[in-house]
Design a binder for this molecule. Structure first.
Ligand code: PDD
Length: 287
């Protein structure tokens, strides 16, 4: 039988089923908080510095001081991984504006709530990597600060549910006819030998995995353009990829029931997938 996971809450490590937050926590009442999901392989958090830099940007955007130093976040994450099961784990951390009388305006002197958990993570199954996945599309109707990794995820939740109901892995979104991202992943597309992705701006989350893929493409001198992509271009693409910390990089082989390119993961996907796995191994060996 699996043991109860250990979580971190406001300075203490404790069993998950003993962790409690007050009902007036602004994370619960307003979704007034930010979060990160950091993959960890064989006990080593991957791209921790980049995740913590993004956390800082999210905290700055919601005007909440960072309750910890980078070094402390790192130590807590490592300790939590050691206290939980699973060779590979996904560390989840969340900071909210804490408990206060319900009022939309910020409390004068908030005490943030800091919560961390770490769950066993399985990297995408071989079958999914080999065959690719199916996605649906939808009009992006979320707010205009998608660059903040906010816990208020209702827009994303409703989007993901559409794909879940269609037995698909993701919902790829278009805003005003242009590609933004998927409900919990970034999207890249391939035309011929060129990879394209939307630039980082307020309409997408600046993905840490996307950044790794972009670095790898540049190193391998694979042509890359960061630009707005019209829906028609996406539907006509030879390949579509999803990236996220837990999905790594995956090929989309059907969009709205229509095959993408050949309907199989394409040659550039296979190359980038290999580059990504090699990069992961190299980074982990250095830790
Ligand atoms: N989601 N876009 C959105 C809306 C996301 O929620 C995520 C990640 C990404 C990819 O970012 P990264 O490569 O840094 O994981 C893009 C995480 C995994 C989640 O919410 O569980």
């Amino acid at each position: 039988m699996a043991t109860t996971p250990t979580v971190y809450l406001n300075g203490r490590f404790l069993p998950l089923d003993e962790a409690r937050i007050p009902v007036l926590d602004r994370g619960f009442i307003f979704g007034d908080g930010v979060y990160e999901v950091i993959p960890s392989y064989s006990g080593h958090p991957f791209r921790m510095a980049q995740h913590l830099a993004r956390l800082q940007r999210s905290l700055d955007a919601i005007q909440l001081p960072n309750p910890m130093t980078t070094a402390l976040w790192g130590r807590l994450a490592k300790k939590l991984i050691g206290l939980n099961e699973g060779r590979d784990q996904a560390v989840y951390l969340q900071v909210t504006r804490g408990a206060a009388k319900r009022d939309h305006a910020f409390p004068a002197d908030p005490t943030p709530t800091v919560f961390m958990m770490s769950n066993t993570m399985s990297t995408p199954a071989r079958e999914l990597v080999t065959n690719g996945c199916a996605c649906v599309s939808a009009t992006d109707n979320r707010w205009l600060r998608c660059d903040i990794k906010a816990t208020s995820l209702l827009g994303n939740v409703l989007m993901r549910q559409r794909s879940a109901e269609a037995d698909c892995l993701e919902t790829i979104m278009f805003r005003d006819g242009f590609l933004s991202e998927a409900s919990s992943s970034n999207v890249l597309v391939v035309h011929g030998r060129t990879v394209s992705a939307p630039p980082n701006n307020h309409l997408v989350l600046p993905g840490t995995t996307n950044d790794v893929v972009i670095e790898l493409l540049r190193k391998a001198r694979i042509p890359l353009t960061l630009r707005e992509l019209h829906e028609d271009e996406v539907r006509a693409a030879d390949e579509i990829w999803l990236t996220s910390a837990t999905k790594e990089v995956l090929a989309v082989t059907r969009l709205d029931g229509v095959p993408v390119g050949s309907g199989k993961p394409g040659p550039l996907f296979k190359r980038v997938y290999r580059l990504y796995q090699n990069f992961k191994r190299t980074v982990m060996r250095r830790n």
